[in-house]
Design a protein around this ligand. Structure first.
Ligand code: URA
Length: 433
């Protein structure tokens, strides 16, 4: 087999066989196939696409290019959740304890934040003592004991994606549904859960800018997951504004705690309740979506979700007194109000601009080596649909830096106002299963 024949076949619009996809992935990971040939094939896939069989094959080959996690020694149905990257997305920190409190098993590997999106691991590390590097044995034992563990990636998960994604990033080949779907799903499948719920974001700051594109990506991933034997479902959620009110590491942890106390913002509570309901159905704990919603709502009301968060934090070495007393989290030295210069109704809050602003205040990384200021970030004082008067507070910035004036202007400009009332849509736009 020759790589050039595979490239030409895809260039001319034909489907690749399992053997050809295997030859490509194996050869590329080993270093036998050079970057220039891999990028030529990636570009051919961008233009010609792939059918479902090819995408499932590519996902399977990528998944088996490295270690896969065996969770079979965890009793019960293992559920996992993946978000395609949001601003203010602290979902796992509230949703994980809630589904675990309801009896599901969440064995999750998470990532760090980069650019305008935050990462669950960084948020966890804002709790003093919290360990994210459990061994595989500790990870499995903890899920068996308390129903939840969230850690960083262990071993060599999907090295093919690491190499291919870096190449796609610099060759204009990121935007291809077969390549995005196989990249995300290979990592999720390698992490070993029986069920996967995907939260596919669309809008500003998301990979997919439109609902239609997000639907296409979500349904492709659901089909791949099912073809490879996992109960895979997806919800489509919009990023016309950041999720909840808090953006920034310890600010988001405090919001997750408040949510588990029944004091969460509307959109975040809605997302957690919907996602949780689906995960409980997937785990065969809830008899229906409605039953799942009722169980999640009850776990907020009776405090069992909050107790599970404390248990989870303690189990991973964290100081659970911070969950009991969130006022213990350090607060940034500068708290800057952002006032509106005009009146109107909030139509949209540019998530990308808010994410980048939070990063520039110290709350995120521009490069992987940057150190995060856990107390930096933004609290939104207005959300989409809210009425704003001239001179009223739009947001509050938290930073320890001195040069924040430009950022304050960007936060102000991220709010788009209009004169007539704005209808607020439910956060979940579609459910694909
Ligand atoms: N996220 C991934 O993990 N892979 C992609 O290709 C795009 C987004």
């Amino acid at each position: 087999m020759r790589m050039v024949d595979i490239i030409e076949k895809k260039r001319d619009g034909f489907a690749l066989t399992k053997q050809e996809i295997h030859f490509f992935i194996e050869g590329y990971v080993k270093g036998d196939i050079p970057d220039y040939q891999a990028s030529a094939l990636a570009m051919a896939i961008v233009f010609r696409g792939m059918n479902d069989e090819e995408i499932a094959c590519l996902t399977d080959e990528m998944m088996h290019s490295g270690d896969t996690i065996d969770l079979s020694s965890i009793k019960g149905v293992k559920v996992d959740k993946h978000s395609t990257g949001g601003v203010g997305d602290k979902t796992s920190l509230a949703l994980g304890p809630l589904v675990a409190a309801c009896g599901a098993k969440l064995a999750k590997m998470s990532g760090r934040g980069l650019g305008h999106t935050g990462g669950t691991l960084d948020k966890m590390e804002s709790i003093p003592g919290m360990r994210i590097n459990l061994t595989e044995e500790e990870f499995i034992a903890q899920v068996n004991r308390i129903g939840i563990a969230i850690i960083g990636q262990t071993g060599q998960i999907v090295p093919a994606d690491k190499k291919l994604y870096a190449l796609r990033d610099v060759t204009g080949t990121v935007e291809s549904i077969p390549l995005i779907a196989s990249s995300i799903m290979s990592k999720k499948l390698a992490s070993g859960s029986d069920c996967i719920l995907l939260d596919v974001k669309f809008g500003s700051g998301a990979f997919m800018k439109t609902l239609e594109k997000a639907k296409e990506l979500a349904s492709t991933m659901v089909r791949i997951g099912k073809a490879l034997g996992r109960d895979t479902r997806a919800i489509l959620t919009d990023m016309d504004e950041p999720l909840g009110l808090a953006v920034g590491n310890n600010l988001e942890v405090k919001e997750a705690i408040a949510t588990l106390k029944g004091e969460g913002p509307r959109d975040f509570v809605e997302l957690v309740t919907n996602a949780g309901a689906i995960m409980l159905e997937q785990a065969h704990i809830a008899s229906s979506y409605e039953d799942g919603q009722a169980r999640i709502t009850a776990a907020i009301k009776d405090g069992s979700g909050l107790r599970k968060l404390k248990e989870f934090v303690s189990a991973q070495g964290g100081d659970a007194s911070y969950i009991e007393h969130p006022e213990k989290f350090p607060v940034a030295s500068k708290i800057i109000p952002v006032y509106s210069e005009k009146e109107g109704y909030v139509r949209r809050i540019d998530s990308l601009a808010i994410g980048v602003s939070s990063m520039r205040l110290g709350g995120g990384r521009a490069t992987m080596d940057d150190v995060i200021d856990m107390s930096a970030g933004i609290i939104l004082n207005k959300k989409v649909g809210d009425k704003v008067g001239k001179g009223e507070l739009l947001a509050t910035a938290y930073t320890n830096k001195d040069d924040y004036e430009d950022v304050i202007k960007d936060i102000h400009d991220a709010f788009e106002l209009e004169q007539s009332e704005v209808v607020v849509h439910p956060i979940v736009h579609a459910y694909i299963h």
